[in-house]
Ligand binder design. Structure first.
Ligand code: LLP
Length: 427
C-alpha cells in the first residue's frame, strides 16, 4: 500500500476496507462490486474544508452519482457541480440545497434552462449564443437567472489530452478576450444577472502550477469585467486536482492547492477592490481513493502472456481502456503475498481493448481469486455501461465494521427495462 490510505489495511492475508474483510464482501454480494469507505470520504471532504475554510466546495457529481455518497457530501457541507438535468435531479434528491448548486454544461437545451430556472439554480453559461437563448427563456418565464460565465483561460494542464478542458482548442468556455463584452451584454439583458466567472482547466492534474496560472488569468478577466462595469461576486476555479494512482506519481493535496492559488486571488482581489466568493468543484480528489472495485478471476490462461480473465471489464471500469490509466491492484485474498508473476488482466467484453492492466506483477493467481482495483471511486461506476448484456454491479458503503448496499446490482431485467417488442411483431 502507498500513501496515507488508512481505510485500507491487510489483515490475515486479506484486504480490509475499514474493519470489513473485502473477501467476505465479494462472497456475500458477488462481484463485480464497488466498495466505498465512508470514513475516507468524510476525511477527504474535511481536508478541503481545512485548506479552503472560506470557499464553497461543489462536488462534481459526474465523478460519482451515488445518492448515499451525495447525502454524505451534503451532510459535510458540500454543494454540487452538475452537468445535466439528470445530475440536477440526483443532487436535489440527495438534499443538496439549491443555493449550493451550479448547473454547468456546454450544450443545454431550452428544457434544461427551464428546469434550472424553475429550481432556482445558478447556471454557468458557456457561450454568447447560450446567453441569448437563456435570457429569452428566463424572460418568458418571468424570472431572473443568476449566471456565471464559463471562461476558456487557455491553460495547458499537462494531463491526458481527452481530459484537458481549458486549452484554447477545447470546446469549453468563452474565449478570454470576449468575456468582458459578453458580461456587459448580459447586464443589458432582462432575465439574467451575471454574478461571476467560472473555469475548469482539466482533470487528474498533478502539479499546482497550472492552477496558479488559471487563477492569474481569471483575475485578468475579472479585471476587464470590473473595468466594463461588471460585478464579480463569484470566482469558480472548477476541479481537477489529481490523486496518486501510481506509487511513483504523488499528487498535491488540497492544502498544496490552497498555497498555490489563494495568495494570487487574495492579492489581486484586494488590488481590484472586490471580495468574490471562491468556488471549487473537486470530484476525483474527494471520491477516487474512497472506493475499491472487486472483481473475481474466472480463468487464468497461459498464452503468449498470462491472461487473467476477470468478471469486470471496461463495462465496469472504463478508465484503463479510455485513458490508459493505472489503477493499483491488490489480490484481496492474497494481500500479504509477494508478487510472483506478470499478468495481463482482461475483462469479459468481446473487444481486444478490454484490458484492465498489462504485465502487472502479482502473486500467483487462480480461479476465484478476488482482485481489488484501488482508487475506483471517481469515474468508475458513473461511467459503467451495460455493454455486452452486462448488468451494472452493486455498490456497498462500509462504515467501521458495517457494510450496507447503497445500490443493488442490476439483473437481466435491467437489460429489458424501458423496451418492448412491438405488438405487430408478436405473431
Ligand atoms: N468541474 C467541471 C466543469 C468538470 O468538467 C469536471 C470534470 C470537474 C469539475 C471535476 O474534475 P475532477 O476534480 O474530478 O478532476 N472521466 C475522466 C475525467 C473527466 C473529467 C470531466 N470533468 C476520468 O476518468 O479521468
Amino acid at each position: 500500500m502507498f500513501g496515507p490510505k488508512s481505510h485500507l489495511t491487510t489483515r490475515d492475508n486479506h484486504l480490509f476496507i475499514e474493519d470489513v474483510d473485502s473477501v467476505l464482501l465479494a462472497q456475500q454480494y458477488g462481484t463485480p462490486l464497488y466498495v466505498t469507505s465512508e470514513r475516507r470520504l468524510r476525511e477527504n471532504i474535511r481536508a478541503y474544508h481545512r485548506a479552503f475554510p472560506h470557499a464553497d466546495k461543489y462536488f462534481a457529481v459526474k465523478a460519482n452519482g451515488n445518492l448515499t455518497l451525495l447525502r454524505i457530501a451534503a451532510q459535510e457541507g458540500m454543494g454540487a457541480d452538475v452537468f445535466s438535468a439528470g445530475e440536477l435531479s440526483v443532487v436535489r434528491m440527495a438534499g443538496i440545497p439549491q443555493e449550493k448548486i451550479l448547473y454547468n454544461g456546454n450544450s443545454k437545451s431550452e428544457m434544461d434552462h427551464e428546469m434550472a430556472i424553475q429550481a432556482n439554480v445558478r447556471m454557468s453559461v458557456d457561450s454568447r449564443e447560450e446567453l441569448e437563448h437563456l435570457a429569452e427563456t428566463a424572460k418568458r418565464l418571468g424570472r431572473e437567472a443568476e449566471i456565471l460565465f464559463r471562461v476558456n483561460p487557455d491553460v495547458s494542464p499537462k494531463t491526458h489530452p481527452k481530459i484537458a478542458t481549458g486549452l484554447r482548442s477545447s470546446k469549453f468556455g468563452i474565449p478570454a478576450e470576449q468575456v468582458a463584452e459578453t458580461y456587459q451584454r448580459a447586464m443589458s439583458l432582462e432575465g439574467v444577472k451575471p454574478v461571476g466567472l467560472h473555469c475548469h482547466i482539466g482533470s487528474q492534474i498533478l502539479e499546482t502550477a497550472p492552477f496558479a496560472e488559471a487563477a492569474g488569468k481569471m483575475m485578468d478577466i475579472a479585471t476587464a469585467v470590473v473595468a466594463a462595469g461588471g460585478e464579480v461576486q463569484r470566482i469558480d476555479l472548477g476541479g481537477g486536482l489529481g490523486i496518486q494512482y501510481h506509487p511513483d506519481l504523488p499528487a498535491p493535496t488540497p492544502a498544496d492547492l490552497a498555497a498555490a492559488i489563494l495568495p494570487i486571488l487574495q492579492d489581486r482581489c484586494r488590488d481590484l477592490g472586490i471580495a468574490p466568493k471562491l468556488i471549487l468543484e473537486p470530484g476525483r480528489s474527494i471520491v477516487a481513493d474512497t472506493t475499491v472495485m472487486l472483481t473475481s478471476v474466472n480463468v487464468v490462461k497461459r498464452a503468449h502472456v498470462n491472461f487473467v480473465a476477470v468478471d469486470a471489464g471496461f463495462n465496469v471500469l472504463a478508465r484503463p481502456m479510455l485513458y490508459d490509466s493505472y489503477h493499483h491492484v491488490i489480490v484481496a485474498n492474497k494481500a500479504a503475498q509477494a508478487a510472483q508473476e506478470k499478468y495481463t488482466v482482461v475483462g469479459p467484453i468481446c473487444e481486444t481493448g478490454d484490458v484492465l492492466t498489462k504485465d502487472r506483477q502479482l502473486p500467483a493467481l487462480a480461479r476465484s481469486d478476488v482482485l481489488a482495483f484501488l482508487d475506483a471511486g471517481a469515474y468508475g461506476f458513473s461511467m459503467a455501461s451495460q455493454y455486452n448484456g452486462q448488468p451494472r454491479p452493486a455498490e456497498v458503503l462500509v462504515c467501521g465494521d458495517k457494510a450496507e448496499v447503497t445500490r443493488r446490482a442490476e439483473d437481466a431485467s435491467a437489460l429489458f427495462a424501458g423496451q418492448r417488442i412491438l405488438p405487430r411483431l408478436m405473431f
